[in-house]
Design a protein around this ligand. Structure first.
Ligand SMILES: [Zn+2]
Ligand SMILES: [Zn+2]
Length: 93
């Protein structure tokens, strides 16, 4: 997710459409690390996954202090994605 943010892809992802359902991608599944449309989120077995609205992710992101953002960047550079993901979730919580 942070990788997407860093590359500036999350915003364009928000405007993309699900290839399966032709719905706008407005959710993001942290369990699968993939963007979802409303149909995916509710009917494609993501209901027990950690799914958030993209706009909520943006809001959380904007709430983070500069310090935490810098720390995240550090962590992201030095740690593999799987472990990093756990850290991001811990910080965002
Ligand atoms: Zn879909
Ligand atoms: Zn999922």
């Amino acid at each position: 997710m942070l990788k997407l943010l860093e590359e500036g892809n999350l915003e364009s992802t928000e405007n993309d459409f699900c290839t399966k359902h032709r719905e706008r991608l407005q959710h993001y599944c942290f369990t699968d690390n993939q963007p979802l449309c409303i149909v995916c989120a509710e009917y494609e077995n993501h209901n027990k996954h950690d799914v958030k609205l993209l706009k909520d992710i943006f809001e959380e992101q904007s709430k983070l202090t500069k310090d935490i953002k810098e720390r995240l960047t550090e962590v992201m550079r030095s740690i593999e994605m799987g472990f990093f993901k756990l850290n991001v979730e811990a910080i965002l919580r």
